[in-house]
Design a protein around this ligand. Structure first.
Ligand SMILES: Cc1cc2nc3c(=O)[nH]c(=O)nc-3n(C[C@H](O)[C@H](O)[C@H](O)COP(=O)(O)OP(=O)(O)OC[C@H]3O[C@@H](n4cnc5c(N)ncnc54)[C@H](O)[C@@H]3O)c2cc1C
Length: 451
Protein backbone atom coordinates (compact mmCIF):
# COMPACT_ATOMS: atom_id res chain seq x y z
CA UNK A 1 0.00 0.00 0.00
CA UNK A 2 1.20 3.52 -0.73
CA UNK A 3 1.81 6.09 1.92
CA UNK A 4 0.68 9.69 1.72
CA UNK A 5 3.79 11.82 1.94
CA UNK A 6 2.12 15.19 2.02
CA UNK A 7 -1.62 15.77 2.27
CA UNK A 8 -1.30 19.49 2.69
CA UNK A 9 0.86 21.02 -0.02
CA UNK A 10 1.84 23.91 2.23
CA UNK A 11 3.27 21.66 4.99
CA UNK A 12 6.45 19.95 4.00
CA UNK A 13 6.52 17.87 7.20
CA UNK A 14 10.13 16.78 6.68
CA UNK A 15 9.24 14.89 3.51
CA UNK A 16 10.04 16.18 0.05
CA UNK A 17 6.57 17.68 -0.18
CA UNK A 18 5.76 19.81 -3.16
CA UNK A 19 3.64 22.76 -2.06
CA UNK A 20 2.93 26.19 -3.41
CA UNK A 21 5.41 28.88 -2.41
CA UNK A 22 4.02 32.35 -1.87
CA UNK A 23 4.25 34.72 -4.83
CA UNK A 24 5.72 32.50 -7.50
CA UNK A 25 3.14 30.75 -9.67
CA UNK A 26 3.26 26.99 -10.03
CA UNK A 27 2.40 25.32 -13.32
CA UNK A 28 1.98 21.56 -13.28
CA UNK A 29 2.15 19.66 -16.57
CA UNK A 30 1.02 16.03 -16.67
CA UNK A 31 2.74 14.19 -19.53
CA UNK A 32 6.13 14.55 -21.21
CA UNK A 33 4.93 13.69 -24.71
CA UNK A 34 4.75 16.10 -27.65
CA UNK A 35 2.14 18.37 -26.06
CA UNK A 36 3.65 18.44 -22.54
CA UNK A 37 7.18 19.19 -23.78
CA UNK A 38 5.90 21.93 -26.11
CA UNK A 39 3.95 23.52 -23.23
CA UNK A 40 6.98 23.38 -20.94
CA UNK A 41 9.26 24.99 -23.54
CA UNK A 42 6.81 27.82 -24.17
CA UNK A 43 7.13 28.63 -20.45
CA UNK A 44 10.92 28.71 -20.52
CA UNK A 45 11.45 32.40 -19.91
CA UNK A 46 8.83 33.14 -17.26
CA UNK A 47 9.51 33.58 -13.58
CA UNK A 48 7.44 30.65 -12.32
CA UNK A 49 7.91 27.12 -11.09
CA UNK A 50 7.10 24.42 -13.62
CA UNK A 51 6.69 20.79 -12.63
CA UNK A 52 6.44 18.21 -15.37
CA UNK A 53 5.14 14.84 -14.17
CA UNK A 54 5.44 11.69 -16.25
CA UNK A 55 5.16 8.05 -15.25
CA UNK A 56 7.97 7.26 -17.69
CA UNK A 57 11.42 8.80 -17.51
CA UNK A 58 11.52 9.21 -21.28
CA UNK A 59 9.84 11.02 -24.14
CA UNK A 60 8.95 8.69 -27.03
CA UNK A 61 8.98 9.65 -30.69
CA UNK A 62 5.87 7.58 -31.40
CA UNK A 63 5.87 7.90 -35.21
CA UNK A 64 8.85 5.51 -35.30
CA UNK A 65 7.54 3.10 -32.66
CA UNK A 66 6.54 0.61 -35.37
CA UNK A 67 10.23 0.38 -36.36
CA UNK A 68 11.13 -0.74 -32.82
CA UNK A 69 8.31 -3.31 -33.04
CA UNK A 70 9.80 -4.68 -36.27
CA UNK A 71 13.46 -4.67 -35.15
CA UNK A 72 14.66 -1.84 -37.41
CA UNK A 73 15.51 0.48 -34.51
CA UNK A 74 16.43 -0.03 -30.87
CA UNK A 75 14.20 1.56 -28.17
CA UNK A 76 16.87 4.09 -27.14
CA UNK A 77 17.05 5.43 -30.69
CA UNK A 78 13.53 6.85 -30.51
CA UNK A 79 13.36 7.68 -26.80
CA UNK A 80 15.07 10.45 -24.85
CA UNK A 81 15.19 10.92 -21.07
CA UNK A 82 12.87 13.85 -20.26
CA UNK A 83 15.43 15.22 -17.77
CA UNK A 84 18.07 15.32 -20.49
CA UNK A 85 15.66 16.89 -22.98
CA UNK A 86 14.79 19.68 -20.54
CA UNK A 87 18.14 19.94 -18.73
CA UNK A 88 18.71 23.57 -19.73
CA UNK A 89 15.30 24.83 -18.63
CA UNK A 90 16.14 26.15 -15.16
CA UNK A 91 12.54 26.88 -14.06
CA UNK A 92 11.43 23.29 -14.72
CA UNK A 93 11.63 20.19 -12.51
CA UNK A 94 10.83 16.73 -13.77
CA UNK A 95 8.98 14.33 -11.47
CA UNK A 96 8.86 10.62 -12.26
CA UNK A 97 5.46 9.60 -10.92
CA UNK A 98 2.07 8.32 -12.03
CA UNK A 99 -0.79 10.78 -11.61
CA UNK A 100 -3.67 9.02 -9.86
CA UNK A 101 -5.98 11.87 -8.90
CA UNK A 102 -6.76 15.54 -9.45
CA UNK A 103 -8.75 17.81 -7.16
CA UNK A 104 -9.99 20.97 -8.85
CA UNK A 105 -11.33 22.32 -5.56
CA UNK A 106 -8.11 21.74 -3.56
CA UNK A 107 -6.03 22.54 -6.68
CA UNK A 108 -3.79 19.53 -6.23
CA UNK A 109 -2.52 16.67 -8.34
CA UNK A 110 -2.01 13.33 -6.60
CA UNK A 111 0.91 11.29 -7.89
CA UNK A 112 2.48 7.98 -6.88
CA UNK A 113 6.26 7.86 -6.93
CA UNK A 114 7.74 4.41 -7.48
CA UNK A 115 8.84 3.22 -4.04
CA UNK A 116 8.05 6.50 -2.28
CA UNK A 117 4.29 6.66 -1.99
CA UNK A 118 1.72 9.32 -2.79
CA UNK A 119 2.39 13.03 -3.02
CA UNK A 120 -0.04 15.85 -3.50
CA UNK A 121 1.30 18.65 -5.61
CA UNK A 122 -0.42 22.03 -5.56
CA UNK A 123 -0.88 24.07 -8.73
CA UNK A 124 -1.94 27.51 -9.95
CA UNK A 125 -2.25 26.32 -13.55
CA UNK A 126 -2.61 22.73 -14.70
CA UNK A 127 -1.94 21.28 -18.16
CA UNK A 128 -3.11 17.72 -18.77
CA UNK A 129 -1.23 16.26 -21.74
CA UNK A 130 -1.46 12.58 -20.89
CA UNK A 131 -2.16 11.23 -24.40
CA UNK A 132 -4.08 8.10 -25.34
CA UNK A 133 -3.98 4.36 -24.70
CA UNK A 134 -5.17 1.44 -26.87
CA UNK A 135 -8.92 0.80 -26.65
CA UNK A 136 -10.50 -2.57 -27.35
CA UNK A 137 -14.04 -1.23 -27.87
CA UNK A 138 -15.36 -2.73 -24.66
CA UNK A 139 -13.47 -6.03 -25.10
CA UNK A 140 -10.57 -5.51 -22.72
CA UNK A 141 -10.01 -9.28 -22.70
CA UNK A 142 -8.59 -8.94 -26.25
CA UNK A 143 -5.60 -7.09 -24.77
CA UNK A 144 -4.29 -10.37 -23.36
CA UNK A 145 -3.67 -11.73 -26.87
CA UNK A 146 -3.41 -8.60 -29.01
CA UNK A 147 -0.96 -5.97 -27.76
CA UNK A 148 -1.40 -2.37 -28.89
CA UNK A 149 1.46 -0.06 -29.86
CA UNK A 150 1.77 2.98 -27.61
CA UNK A 151 4.85 2.39 -25.46
CA UNK A 152 8.36 0.98 -25.76
CA UNK A 153 7.28 -2.02 -23.67
CA UNK A 154 4.51 -2.78 -26.13
CA UNK A 155 6.87 -2.32 -29.09
CA UNK A 156 9.33 -4.76 -27.52
CA UNK A 157 6.53 -7.23 -26.75
CA UNK A 158 5.41 -7.11 -30.39
CA UNK A 159 8.99 -7.54 -31.62
CA UNK A 160 9.44 -10.58 -29.37
CA UNK A 161 6.11 -12.05 -30.47
CA UNK A 162 6.97 -11.73 -34.17
CA UNK A 163 10.49 -13.13 -33.82
CA UNK A 164 9.36 -15.93 -31.48
CA UNK A 165 6.71 -17.00 -33.98
CA UNK A 166 9.42 -17.84 -36.53
CA UNK A 167 11.44 -19.76 -33.93
CA UNK A 168 8.38 -21.82 -33.00
CA UNK A 169 7.45 -22.36 -36.66
CA UNK A 170 10.98 -23.64 -37.31
CA UNK A 171 10.79 -25.98 -34.30
CA UNK A 172 7.40 -27.60 -34.87
CA UNK A 173 6.64 -30.40 -37.31
CA UNK A 174 2.90 -29.84 -37.14
CA UNK A 175 1.87 -28.16 -40.38
CA UNK A 176 -1.20 -26.44 -38.94
CA UNK A 177 0.74 -25.05 -35.99
CA UNK A 178 3.50 -23.89 -38.32
CA UNK A 179 0.94 -22.05 -40.44
CA UNK A 180 -0.56 -20.49 -37.31
CA UNK A 181 2.84 -19.30 -36.16
CA UNK A 182 3.53 -17.82 -39.59
CA UNK A 183 0.25 -15.92 -39.77
CA UNK A 184 0.23 -12.31 -38.53
CA UNK A 185 -3.07 -10.51 -38.09
CA UNK A 186 -3.21 -6.75 -37.61
CA UNK A 187 -6.53 -5.31 -36.50
CA UNK A 188 -6.99 -1.73 -37.70
CA UNK A 189 -5.89 -0.29 -41.05
CA UNK A 190 -5.02 3.25 -40.04
CA UNK A 191 -1.44 4.53 -40.52
CA UNK A 192 -0.01 2.40 -37.69
CA UNK A 193 -1.57 -0.84 -39.00
CA UNK A 194 -0.46 -0.10 -42.56
CA UNK A 195 3.11 0.85 -41.57
CA UNK A 196 3.46 -2.18 -39.32
CA UNK A 197 2.06 -4.62 -41.92
CA UNK A 198 4.38 -3.31 -44.65
CA UNK A 199 7.38 -3.48 -42.34
CA UNK A 200 6.61 -7.09 -41.37
CA UNK A 201 6.22 -7.93 -45.08
CA UNK A 202 9.67 -6.51 -45.80
CA UNK A 203 11.14 -8.38 -42.84
CA UNK A 204 9.79 -11.79 -43.89
CA UNK A 205 10.84 -11.47 -47.51
CA UNK A 206 14.26 -9.79 -47.10
CA UNK A 207 15.64 -9.69 -43.54
CA UNK A 208 14.85 -13.27 -42.54
CA UNK A 209 15.76 -14.79 -45.92
CA UNK A 210 18.14 -17.77 -45.56
CA UNK A 211 18.00 -17.59 -41.75
CA UNK A 212 15.90 -20.72 -41.22
CA UNK A 213 16.23 -24.33 -42.36
CA UNK A 214 12.73 -25.82 -42.01
CA UNK A 215 10.63 -22.82 -42.95
CA UNK A 216 10.63 -20.11 -45.58
CA UNK A 217 9.62 -16.86 -43.81
CA UNK A 218 8.54 -15.43 -47.19
CA UNK A 219 5.61 -17.90 -47.08
CA UNK A 220 4.18 -16.04 -44.06
CA UNK A 221 0.62 -14.74 -44.21
CA UNK A 222 0.07 -11.12 -43.16
CA UNK A 223 -3.57 -10.11 -42.82
CA UNK A 224 -4.67 -6.52 -42.26
CA UNK A 225 -8.27 -6.47 -41.02
CA UNK A 226 -10.51 -3.43 -40.73
CA UNK A 227 -14.23 -2.97 -40.12
CA UNK A 228 -14.39 0.09 -42.42
CA UNK A 229 -14.83 0.00 -46.17
CA UNK A 230 -11.26 1.13 -46.97
CA UNK A 231 -7.83 1.42 -45.42
CA UNK A 232 -6.39 4.78 -44.28
CA UNK A 233 -9.82 6.45 -43.98
CA UNK A 234 -8.29 9.80 -42.98
CA UNK A 235 -6.49 10.04 -46.35
CA UNK A 236 -8.05 10.75 -49.77
CA UNK A 237 -9.62 7.73 -51.43
CA UNK A 238 -7.12 7.81 -54.31
CA UNK A 239 -4.14 7.51 -51.90
CA UNK A 240 -5.87 4.82 -49.90
CA UNK A 241 -6.37 2.81 -53.12
CA UNK A 242 -2.71 3.20 -54.09
CA UNK A 243 -1.58 1.99 -50.67
CA UNK A 244 -3.94 -1.02 -50.85
CA UNK A 245 -2.35 -2.01 -54.19
CA UNK A 246 1.14 -1.47 -52.80
CA UNK A 247 0.36 -3.68 -49.79
CA UNK A 248 -1.01 -6.39 -52.09
CA UNK A 249 2.29 -6.32 -54.01
CA UNK A 250 4.17 -6.73 -50.72
CA UNK A 251 2.05 -9.81 -49.99
CA UNK A 252 -0.27 -8.27 -47.36
CA UNK A 253 -3.89 -9.48 -47.49
CA UNK A 254 -6.12 -6.47 -46.93
CA UNK A 255 -9.53 -7.49 -45.56
CA UNK A 256 -11.85 -4.50 -45.15
CA UNK A 257 -15.49 -4.56 -43.99
CA UNK A 258 -14.57 -7.28 -41.50
CA UNK A 259 -15.46 -6.76 -37.86
CA UNK A 260 -13.36 -8.62 -35.30
CA UNK A 261 -15.68 -10.54 -32.95
CA UNK A 262 -13.13 -12.44 -30.93
CA UNK A 263 -9.42 -12.55 -30.15
CA UNK A 264 -8.04 -15.55 -28.28
CA UNK A 265 -4.83 -17.55 -28.05
CA UNK A 266 -5.65 -19.36 -31.31
CA UNK A 267 -6.10 -16.17 -33.33
CA UNK A 268 -9.12 -14.07 -34.31
CA UNK A 269 -12.68 -14.54 -35.43
CA UNK A 270 -13.55 -11.80 -37.91
CA UNK A 271 -16.83 -11.59 -39.83
CA UNK A 272 -17.60 -15.14 -38.65
CA UNK A 273 -14.33 -16.50 -40.10
CA UNK A 274 -11.57 -17.85 -37.87
CA UNK A 275 -8.05 -16.86 -38.81
CA UNK A 276 -5.56 -19.01 -36.90
CA UNK A 277 -2.68 -16.81 -35.80
CA UNK A 278 -0.13 -16.77 -32.99
CA UNK A 279 0.49 -13.05 -33.46
CA UNK A 280 -2.49 -10.70 -33.38
CA UNK A 281 -1.63 -7.00 -33.11
CA UNK A 282 -4.10 -4.31 -32.15
CA UNK A 283 -3.75 -1.14 -34.20
CA UNK A 284 -7.44 -0.15 -34.11
CA UNK A 285 -8.99 1.99 -31.39
CA UNK A 286 -7.52 4.41 -28.93
CA UNK A 287 -9.06 6.04 -25.86
CA UNK A 288 -7.89 8.99 -23.78
CA UNK A 289 -5.65 8.46 -20.79
CA UNK A 290 -7.62 7.90 -17.55
CA UNK A 291 -6.11 11.17 -16.27
CA UNK A 292 -8.81 13.04 -18.24
CA UNK A 293 -11.52 11.29 -16.20
CA UNK A 294 -9.90 12.66 -13.03
CA UNK A 295 -10.90 16.18 -14.16
CA UNK A 296 -14.61 15.27 -14.05
CA UNK A 297 -15.17 17.29 -17.16
CA UNK A 298 -17.18 16.66 -20.34
CA UNK A 299 -15.66 14.11 -22.71
CA UNK A 300 -16.42 12.47 -26.05
CA UNK A 301 -16.98 8.72 -26.49
CA UNK A 302 -13.23 8.05 -26.56
CA UNK A 303 -12.85 9.80 -23.19
CA UNK A 304 -11.14 12.89 -24.66
CA UNK A 305 -11.85 16.20 -22.97
CA UNK A 306 -14.21 18.60 -24.74
CA UNK A 307 -12.41 21.89 -24.20
CA UNK A 308 -13.18 25.53 -24.87
CA UNK A 309 -11.50 27.76 -27.49
CA UNK A 310 -8.47 28.33 -25.21
CA UNK A 311 -8.12 24.58 -24.53
CA UNK A 312 -9.53 25.16 -21.03
CA UNK A 313 -12.05 22.89 -19.36
CA UNK A 314 -15.50 24.30 -18.53
CA UNK A 315 -15.04 23.74 -14.77
CA UNK A 316 -11.81 25.77 -14.39
CA UNK A 317 -10.41 28.42 -16.73
CA UNK A 318 -6.83 27.76 -15.59
CA UNK A 319 -6.91 24.01 -16.19
CA UNK A 320 -6.08 23.01 -19.77
CA UNK A 321 -5.98 19.80 -21.77
CA UNK A 322 -3.71 19.47 -24.82
CA UNK A 323 -2.66 16.85 -27.36
CA UNK A 324 -4.30 13.49 -28.03
CA UNK A 325 -6.31 13.75 -24.81
CA UNK A 326 -8.42 16.54 -26.35
CA UNK A 327 -11.40 16.39 -28.67
CA UNK A 328 -11.73 19.53 -30.81
CA UNK A 329 -13.45 20.41 -34.04
CA UNK A 330 -12.39 23.17 -36.36
CA UNK A 331 -14.37 24.20 -39.44
CA UNK A 332 -16.66 21.21 -38.73
CA UNK A 333 -13.77 18.76 -38.94
CA UNK A 334 -12.04 17.05 -36.01
CA UNK A 335 -8.53 18.24 -35.22
CA UNK A 336 -6.50 15.02 -35.82
CA UNK A 337 -4.66 13.19 -33.04
CA UNK A 338 -1.22 13.70 -34.54
CA UNK A 339 2.11 15.00 -33.29
CA UNK A 340 1.86 18.39 -35.03
CA UNK A 341 -1.56 19.08 -33.43
CA UNK A 342 -0.21 18.05 -30.01
CA UNK A 343 2.83 20.33 -30.39
CA UNK A 344 0.73 23.29 -31.53
CA UNK A 345 -1.77 22.83 -28.70
CA UNK A 346 0.96 22.40 -26.07
CA UNK A 347 2.77 25.51 -27.32
CA UNK A 348 -0.49 27.47 -27.39
CA UNK A 349 -1.36 26.58 -23.79
CA UNK A 350 2.21 27.32 -22.63
CA UNK A 351 2.15 30.78 -24.24
CA UNK A 352 -1.31 31.50 -22.87
CA UNK A 353 -0.20 30.69 -19.32
CA UNK A 354 3.01 32.70 -19.79
CA UNK A 355 0.90 35.71 -20.81
CA UNK A 356 -1.38 35.33 -17.82
CA UNK A 357 1.56 35.01 -15.42
CA UNK A 358 2.93 38.25 -16.88
CA UNK A 359 -0.49 39.88 -16.40
CA UNK A 360 -1.21 40.15 -20.13
CA UNK A 361 -4.49 39.57 -21.97
CA UNK A 362 -5.23 36.26 -23.68
CA UNK A 363 -4.62 36.38 -27.43
CA UNK A 364 -6.71 34.67 -30.08
CA UNK A 365 -8.27 31.22 -29.49
CA UNK A 366 -6.44 28.10 -30.63
CA UNK A 367 -6.38 27.31 -34.33
CA UNK A 368 -4.75 24.18 -35.78
CA UNK A 369 -2.60 24.72 -38.87
CA UNK A 370 -2.14 21.42 -40.68
CA UNK A 371 1.15 20.80 -42.47
CA UNK A 372 -0.25 17.64 -44.08
CA UNK A 373 -0.25 13.93 -43.27
CA UNK A 374 2.12 11.18 -44.33
CA UNK A 375 2.27 7.40 -44.10
CA UNK A 376 5.10 5.12 -45.11
CA UNK A 377 4.50 1.76 -46.79
CA UNK A 378 7.69 -0.28 -46.55
CA UNK A 379 10.89 0.55 -48.43
CA UNK A 380 10.86 3.32 -51.06
CA UNK A 381 7.17 4.25 -50.81
CA UNK A 382 5.24 6.85 -48.82
CA UNK A 383 2.16 8.99 -49.32
CA UNK A 384 1.61 12.64 -48.52
CA UNK A 385 -1.61 14.65 -48.38
CA UNK A 386 -1.40 18.39 -47.70
CA UNK A 387 -4.46 20.43 -48.65
CA UNK A 388 -5.13 19.61 -52.30
CA UNK A 389 -1.63 18.19 -52.80
CA UNK A 390 -1.45 14.39 -52.99
CA UNK A 391 1.80 12.61 -53.75
CA UNK A 392 3.13 9.08 -53.42
CA UNK A 393 6.20 7.06 -54.34
CA UNK A 394 9.95 7.19 -53.87
CA UNK A 395 10.43 10.99 -53.69
CA UNK A 396 7.69 11.20 -51.04
CA UNK A 397 9.43 8.43 -49.13
CA UNK A 398 12.69 10.43 -49.15
CA UNK A 399 10.79 13.48 -47.84
CA UNK A 400 9.21 11.29 -45.14
CA UNK A 401 12.65 9.99 -44.09
CA UNK A 402 14.25 13.46 -43.97
CA UNK A 403 11.35 15.00 -42.04
CA UNK A 404 11.31 12.21 -39.48
CA UNK A 405 15.05 12.34 -38.88
CA UNK A 406 14.89 16.12 -38.43
CA UNK A 407 11.91 15.84 -36.09
CA UNK A 408 13.75 13.54 -33.66
CA UNK A 409 14.42 15.58 -30.54
CA UNK A 410 18.15 14.86 -30.15
CA UNK A 411 21.13 15.15 -32.47
CA UNK A 412 22.51 11.87 -31.17
CA UNK A 413 19.28 10.04 -32.09
CA UNK A 414 19.17 11.68 -35.52
CA UNK A 415 22.65 10.38 -36.21
CA UNK A 416 21.92 6.88 -34.89
CA UNK A 417 18.61 6.54 -36.78
CA UNK A 418 20.18 7.70 -40.05
CA UNK A 419 23.01 5.19 -39.66
CA UNK A 420 20.61 2.33 -38.90
CA UNK A 421 18.40 3.23 -41.83
CA UNK A 422 21.33 3.41 -44.23
CA UNK A 423 22.62 0.02 -43.05
CA UNK A 424 19.16 -1.49 -43.29
CA UNK A 425 18.56 0.06 -46.71
CA UNK A 426 21.81 -1.27 -48.17
CA UNK A 427 21.85 -4.73 -46.58
CA UNK A 428 18.20 -5.50 -45.79
CA UNK A 429 19.33 -6.36 -42.25
CA UNK A 430 17.73 -5.17 -39.02
CA UNK A 431 19.97 -4.70 -36.04
CA UNK A 432 17.54 -5.16 -33.14
CA UNK A 433 16.37 -8.72 -33.65
CA UNK A 434 16.20 -9.52 -29.95
CA UNK A 435 13.61 -11.71 -28.25
CA UNK A 436 13.17 -10.33 -24.75
CA UNK A 437 11.99 -13.67 -23.32
CA UNK A 438 12.63 -17.18 -24.59
CA UNK A 439 9.65 -18.51 -26.58
CA UNK A 440 7.83 -21.61 -25.32
CA UNK A 441 9.37 -24.33 -27.43
CA UNK A 442 7.00 -26.93 -28.91
CA UNK A 443 7.80 -30.46 -27.82
CA UNK A 444 8.58 -32.10 -31.19
CA UNK A 445 7.24 -35.48 -30.06
CA UNK A 446 4.04 -34.50 -28.27
CA UNK A 447 3.51 -31.37 -30.41
CA UNK A 448 2.60 -29.47 -27.26
CA UNK A 449 4.36 -26.57 -25.58
CA UNK A 450 6.91 -27.91 -23.12
CA UNK A 451 6.11 -26.88 -19.52
C1 LIG B 1 2.40 3.94 -33.24
C2 LIG B 1 2.07 5.39 -33.46
C3 LIG B 1 2.46 6.02 -34.64
C4 LIG B 1 2.19 7.36 -34.84
N1 LIG B 1 2.60 7.95 -36.00
C5 LIG B 1 2.41 9.28 -36.18
C6 LIG B 1 2.92 9.94 -37.31
O1 LIG B 1 3.52 9.32 -38.19
N2 LIG B 1 2.73 11.29 -37.42
C7 LIG B 1 2.08 11.99 -36.45
O2 LIG B 1 1.96 13.22 -36.58
N3 LIG B 1 1.58 11.40 -35.37
C8 LIG B 1 1.73 10.06 -35.19
N4 LIG B 1 1.23 9.44 -34.08
C9 LIG B 1 0.44 10.23 -33.13
C10 LIG B 1 1.33 11.05 -32.21
O3 LIG B 1 2.37 10.27 -31.72
C11 LIG B 1 0.45 11.57 -31.09
O4 LIG B 1 -0.53 12.41 -31.67
C12 LIG B 1 1.27 12.35 -30.07
O5 LIG B 1 2.20 11.51 -29.45
C13 LIG B 1 0.36 12.96 -29.02
O6 LIG B 1 1.13 13.64 -28.09
P1 LIG B 1 0.64 13.82 -26.60
O7 LIG B 1 1.66 14.68 -25.93
O8 LIG B 1 -0.77 14.25 -26.58
O9 LIG B 1 0.65 12.36 -25.99
P2 LIG B 1 1.85 11.35 -25.81
O10 LIG B 1 2.95 11.64 -26.75
O11 LIG B 1 1.22 10.00 -25.85
O12 LIG B 1 2.38 11.64 -24.35
C14 LIG B 1 1.60 11.42 -23.21
C15 LIG B 1 2.52 11.32 -22.00
O13 LIG B 1 1.72 11.29 -20.83
C16 LIG B 1 2.27 10.37 -19.92
N5 LIG B 1 1.20 9.88 -19.02
C17 LIG B 1 0.06 9.26 -19.38
N6 LIG B 1 -0.65 8.98 -18.27
C18 LIG B 1 0.07 9.42 -17.22
C19 LIG B 1 -0.14 9.41 -15.80
N7 LIG B 1 -1.24 8.86 -15.24
N8 LIG B 1 0.79 9.95 -15.01
C20 LIG B 1 1.92 10.50 -15.54
N9 LIG B 1 2.15 10.55 -16.86
C21 LIG B 1 1.25 10.01 -17.68
C22 LIG B 1 2.80 9.26 -20.82
O14 LIG B 1 3.80 8.51 -20.14
C23 LIG B 1 3.36 10.07 -22.00
O15 LIG B 1 4.72 10.38 -21.85
C24 LIG B 1 1.49 8.10 -33.85
C25 LIG B 1 1.10 7.46 -32.66
C26 LIG B 1 1.39 6.13 -32.46
C27 LIG B 1 0.98 5.45 -31.18
Amino acid sequence: MSTVLSEDPSQANGSPAIGLQGGRKRIVIVGGGFAGIAAARALKTIDAEIILIDRRNHHIFQPLLYQVATAVLAPSEIATPIRQLEATQQNLSVVLAEVTGISLSARTVEAIHPGLGIRKIGFDYLVVAAGMRPSYFGHDEFALHAPGLKSLNEAETIRSKILSAFELAEATEDGAERARQMTFVLVGAGPTGVELAASIAHMVSITLRNNFRSIDPAQSRIVLVDGGDRILPTFAESLSGKVARRLARLGVEVRTGLKVDKVDEQGVVAGGERIASATVLWTAGVAASPVVRMLNTRTDRAGRALVGPYMEIAEAGDVFVAGDAVSMTQDDRPVPGVAQAAIQQGRFVGRLIANRVKGRQDGRPFRFRSKGSMAVVGKNYAILEAGHLRTSGFATWVIWAVLHVLALPQLQNRFRVQTQWLWSYLTGQRSSRLIAEAPRIIDPIKQKPSP
